[in-house]
Structures are given as structure tokens and as C-alpha cells.
Design a protein around this ligand. Structure first.
Ligand code: GLA
Length: 396
């Protein structure tokens, strides 16, 4: 849908001030996203087939199936909700969304939060009305509706702005959101262009996409996910790298591949926005999304993003340091056959010889181990463990 070139530019673009863009925006509100945002977004499954009914039913299901209690609180409409502007320029939803304020009220009545989507360009990626030259007006409208989260997607902005103006463009919408006095999580979506992780927080972003779009395939998911190594220093409480939304449960990966997807996103401290049809979810899918031990890795209050410690061909060892001094460790097998994989306690920074190991997917303590732990890891699969020693060592 987009024609934009999506190469990851390493150039650290200077801020150019575009018409009406403030020289500096106030810092984003980090209390809005102290841990990576969790919720559900319509795009990955419904794309433009989203409607008021879909959003209401998704909100109902998130409450009924335990996802809300697991932490999934944002219910976000992606592209395709927009209609035309009225004579005063105020954006109107299209016929699939008869009353946006009533819909937001409904989502809020369930104890959930309500998210929406726009573009800084004249059109969204799907060709609907964007916010170009209506930024303050749109922010005000969103606040009046009761919006809690805005995903702001570059799309046709490439036709009206230079890449070097991108930072100013995002600052401008952030300033407009701040001027409303309604806290709204600000989600930058520009596919990792201009090395966004270097400046996303400074323009007010609570999260920023680091990659082009995910799809429901093991190849695409793993290219995106395993390519994230090294971006950790740019993430932390209030400002997160976003390798795109979850495809768990959309049907084109195996169970082990979805476990890999979820494990990797949690080690990466990625936003967890489920993208499946919640009304048709299998118990296996729900168990992946709701596993409290695994979600706790993502939501750990220390807010560090994990990284790859070792790679041996298709076998990768990733680790995330947790607030209690323990380590979440992922043994990932990207090969086409099951394989035995090992982690030594020394390589994850554990000083003593003995550590306790918990299998996070099984939610089962495996007991104390000496010096190392090894396990059989299925093809395209993962073994995700938490390793804790009595005396805390320093992270490697
Ligand atoms: C872009 C974004 C996607 C989605 C679509 C909607 O491709 O990267 O996440 O929002 O636009 O058109």
C-alpha cells in the first residue's frame, strides 16, 4: 500500500523545522508506558474489515478470556476508520463507526483503554484521510472522543515532507497531543527509517516501530525479531523499540514458531499488541498470550531490552536481565531439526556454580543445576527459562 522506500537508514537526520513545528517538544510522559504497552490492534487480522462491532466484541472478549487481567488493556483501531472532514475541517469516522465517542465510552466501561490511528500525511497507508495540516484539530477531536493511544503512521507523509523533516513532523503531533491535556500514548510508525531509535524518545514517542511490517510467517517474524539485537540501549521505561504487533494465533505458524515469536518479543521488551481474531482463539493461542511467567519477562519493571549473547549458526542464545537479578534466557533453534542446546551460567553472568532454573512456558521449577543447563529444543522452537542464583552476579 505504501510506495515509500523502507530501508533502515543509519543516517542520524538533523531536525529541520517545518511550518508551525515547535523547536522542541516537551518530553513524552514516561508514566504512560512504564512497561511496554499491551493490548490488541485490529490490523493484523481484520485490516480494513474493522468496525464498531469488531471493536466492541474484542473488548468484551479481552475481559472475558483473562487477557485484560494478564495486562492487555489497549484496544486499538488501526487504519480504515476515517470518513471525511466536515465543513469546519473536523474529522468524521466513516459509516462503520457511527459514534466514536460512544465506542470509546464502551471500551472504557470495560476498564480498558482506547487507541486510534492516523498519518502525518494527507492520506493513511490505506488511502483514508490523514492529519496533514489538521494536527491540532485532530488531537483535540481524539481527546474529545476519549482516545488514550495514537499510532501515527508515516505513509503518504513521504510525498509532502523530506526525510530530514521527519523528527519535526512527529514533534508537531506530540505537541498537539500534549496541548489537549488528555494523556495519550504516542506510537511512532515509520518502519525504522532515519534510525528512529536514536531520536524517537526525544520527539515524544513512547514507542517506535523499528522495522517494516510483520506478517504471519515464521520467515518474516524471525527476520524481524532476530534482527533487533543491539537496539536495547535506546529502550527503557516510557520509550520502547517496537518490532511490530503480534501474529500469535493468526494461523500460519506452528505452535513452536508462535512460542518463538512470543518469547523473543518478551525478551526484547517489545510492546505486546495481539493481532488475532479474539473471537476465534484456540485455548493454545490464549495460553501463549496469557502465560503470566512469560508476560512477566516482557513487563519486568527494570525495563531492559534483552540481547543476543551467542550465536552458533542457527542456534541463538538470548538473555534479558530482570529486576530481581535473575535472567530470562531463550535458547532459540532456527534450524530445521530438533537440537540440544546449552547455556553455561558463567556466560549469563552468574558467578556461583549453582543456580535454580524455571521453565517459563511450562511454569515449572526444574530445580538447581550446576554450571549449566541444557535442553532439547524443537525445530524453529525455543526453551525459555529463568535462571536465578543465590548471590546475584553482574550482567555480562
Ligand atoms: C502500515 C503499518 C501497519 C498498518 C498499515 C495500515 O503498513 O506499518 O502496521 O498500520 O499501515 O494501513
Amino acid at each position: 500500500m505504501r510506495t515509500i522506500s523502507r530501508c533502515l537508514g543509519l543516517a542520524f537526520a538533523a531536525v529541520l523545522i517545518v511550518g508551525g513545528v515547535p523547536a522542541s517538544a516537551p518530553a513524552q510522559n514516561s508514566s504512560l508506558a512504564p512497561t511496554p504497552p499491551m493490548g490488541w490492534n485490529s490490523w493484523n487480522h481484520f485490516a480494513c474489515k474493522v468496525s464498531d462491532k469488531v471493536i466492541r466484541e474484542s473488548a468484551d472478549t479481552i475481559v472475558a478470556n483473562g487477557m485484560k487481567d494478564a495486562g492487555y488493556v489497549y484496544v486499538n483501531i488501526d487504519d480504515c476508520w476515517q470518513g471525511k472532514r466536515d465543513a469546519a475541517g473536523v474529522i468524521q469516522p466513516n459509516e462503520k463507526f457511527p459514534n466514536m465517542k460512544a465506542l470509546a465510552d464502551y471500551v472504557h466501561s470495560k476498564g480498558l483503554k482506547f487507541g486510534i490511528y492516523s498519518s502525518p500525511g494527507p492520506k493513511t497507508c490505506a488511502g483514508y484521510e490523514g492529519s496533514f495540516q489538521h494536527e491540532a484539530q485532530d488531537a483535540k477531536t481524539y481527546a474529545e472522543w476519549g482516545v488514550d493511544y495514537l499510532k501515527y503512521d508515516w505513509c503518504s507523509a513521504e510525498k509532502v515532507y523530506k526525510p530530514s523533516e521527519m523528527q519535526g513532523v512527529y514533534r508537531k503531533m506530540h505537541a498537539a497531543l500534549m496541548a489537549t491535556d488528555r494523556p495519550m500514548v504516542f506510537s511512532l510508525c515509520q518502519y525504522g527509517l532515519e534510525a528512529v531509535w536514536r531520536w524517537g524518545a526525544s520527539v515524544g514517542g513512547n514507542l517506535w516501530r523499528t522495522t517494516d511490517d510483520i506478517s504471519d510467517s515464521y520467515d518474516r517474524m524471525s527476520v524481524i525479531g532476530f534482527d533487533q539485537n543491539g537496539l536495547g540501549p535506546f529502550a527503557g521505561p516510557g520509550h520502547w523499540n517496537d518490532p511490530d504487533m503480534l501474529e500469535v494465533g493468526n494461523g500460519h505458524m506452528t505452535h513452536d514458531e508462535y512460542l518463538t515469536h512470543m518469547s523473543l518479543w518478551c525478551i526484547l521488551a517489545a510492546p505486546l499488541l495481539a493481532g488475532n481474531d479474539l473471537s476465534k482463539m484456540t485455548p493454545e493461542t490464549l495460553a501463549i498470550l496469557n502465560n503470566p511467567d512469560v508476560v512477566a519477562v516482557d513487563q519486568d519493571p527494570l525495563g531492559t531490552e534483552g540481547r543476543r549473547l551467542r550465536q552458533e549458526g542457527p542456534f541463538e542464545l538470548w538473555m534479558k536481565l530482570l529486576a530481581d537479578g535473575s535472567r530470562a534466557v531463550g535458547l532459540f533453534n532456527r534450524s530445521e531439526d530438533a537440537a540440544r542446546m546449552q547455556v553455561s551460567f558463567k556466560e549469563i553472568g552468574i558467578i556461583g556454580e549453582t543456580a535454580s532454573v524455571r521453565d517459563l512456558w511450562a511454569r515449572h521449577d526444574l530445580g538447581p543445576f550446576n554450571r549449566s543447563y541444557s535442553a532439547e529444543v524443537p525445530k524453529h522452537g525455543v526453551v525459555l527459562i529463568k535462571v536465578k542464583e543465590a548471590t546475584v552476579g553482574s550482567a555480562p
